[in-house]
Design a protein around this ligand. Structure first.
Ligand code: NDP
Ligand code: MG
Ligand code: MG
Length: 334
């Protein structure tokens, strides 16, 4: 069973005489910064000149400095800028400003696990990865609650790296919910696998394949949209709140029988075989290399695929049909 830490296992006092630099003021950055401040921790924000977030951080009451300066005056450096820009910022502005015994903290393991960032030996390297988007990290904290997180130690220079990481997790409210111990390897590989085969890649393809099969067979796209996409939310909400069995419990017996007998023909042995192959590409670093090179080449494949997604027929139907649903927030993406 996983080891889980709670409030009683973490000591906020460990951060009381320290300063925390939050690098980046986006989804995670703003939430960590505000929660730490409300927990009584001294926080400075590190950004670049001209950053769109600079004013927002100042309006929220923070001192904002350029990254190198923020790092120089801090003991804990929390890397909350996009993963793909982290290595350049690290080597240009962070590495030479780290002092012996500082803690470099991540919210995702990609750059450490795939050696895109190799920190000096004289700092602690840890991870506190909330299992939720930043706005929920903030909202739960304000309500006196917290979101679960993962914690990991990559380098333990001080011999107290885990204690410092847990203190940080407490400062952002996560030990109120529970913090699960993991490794950089486990967090990185499972995160990539989940988003590729299930959460983002798998679900998007399942929706499109369902939609396309119905439309190809002559059914109206509007009707296909409801079956393939719209109703998925009701199902996912049930699974999210109560587990898969709660979903089976709630749907009709016809849906139960059809789903339980046909579902296994869709996610069949050959699909599972492909999942294992994708996991191997993650474990060997093949996927990481591909994505890093893709970025160095200015994203030719990424941009093409995104354009194709944007122009998929289901997007056109969806745009019209969602106008019939006044309760939707109507997220417009350009
Ligand atoms: P965001 O994309 O929201 O972070 C953007 C912030 O970084 C902005 O303030 C942006 O400034 C700033 N920034 C961009 N480039 C630079 C730069 N060169 N120098 C300084 N600041 C810069 O990041 P997330 O919060 O999504 O992700 C941060 C980390 O958290 C990642 O490691 C991610 O994997 C992890 N994580 C994210 C989760 C999420 O829900 N989003 C969940 C769990 C972990 P500007 O406003 O000017 O663009
Ligand atoms: Mg991810
Ligand atoms: Mg139905």
């Amino acid at each position: 069973m996983a080891k889980i830490y709670y409030d009683k296992d973490a000591d906020l006092k460990l951060l009381k005489d320290k300063k925390v630099a939050i690098i980046g003021y986006g989804s995670q950055g703003h939430a960590h910064a505000l929660n730490l401040k409300d927990s009584g921790i001294d926080v400075v924000i590190g950004l670049y000149k001209g950053s769109r977030s600079w004013d927002r951080a100042e309006r929220d009451g923070f001192t904002v400095k350029e990254v190198d300066e923020a790092v120089s005056e801090s003991n804990v450096i929390s890397m909350l800028i996009p993963d793909i820009v982290q290595p350049a910022v690290f080597y240009r502005e962070i590495k030479n400003n780290l002092k012996e015994g500082d803690m470099l903290l991540f919210a995702h393991g990609f750059n450490i696990h795939y050696n895109q960032i190799i920190p000096p030996s004289y700092v602690d390297v840890t991870m506190v990865a909330p299992k939720s988007p930043g706005h929920l990290v903030r909202r739960m904290y304000e309500e006196g609650k917290g979101v679960p997180a993962l914690v990991a130690v990559h380098s333990d220079y001080t011999g107290k790296a885990l204690d410092y990481a847990l203190a940080y997790a407490k400062g952002i409210g996560c030990t109120r919910a529970g913090v699960i111990e993991t490794t950089f390897k486990e967090e990185t590989e499972t995160d990539l696998f989940g988003e590729q085969v299930d959460l983002c890649g798998g679900v998007a393809e399942l929706i499109k394949a369902t939609f396309e099969t119905l439309v190809e067979a002559g059914y109206q796209p509007e009707v296909a949209y409801f079956e393939a996409l719209h109703e998925l939310k009701l199902i996912v909400d049930l699974i999210y709140e109560g587990g898969i069995y709660a979903m089976w419990y709630s749907v009709s017996d016809t849906a139960k029988y059809g789903g339980m007998t046909r579902g296994k023909r869709i996610i069949n042995e050959s699909v599972r075989q492909e999942m294992r192959k994708i996991l191997k590409e993650i474990q060997t670093g093949e996927f990481a290399r591909e994505w890093i090179l893709e970025n160095q080449a200015a994203r030719p494949v990424f941009n093409k695929l995104l354009e194709m997604e944007k122009n998929h027929p289901i997007e056109k139907v969806g745009k019209e049909l969602r106008k019939m649903m006044p309760w939707l927030r109507g997220i417009e993406v350009e």
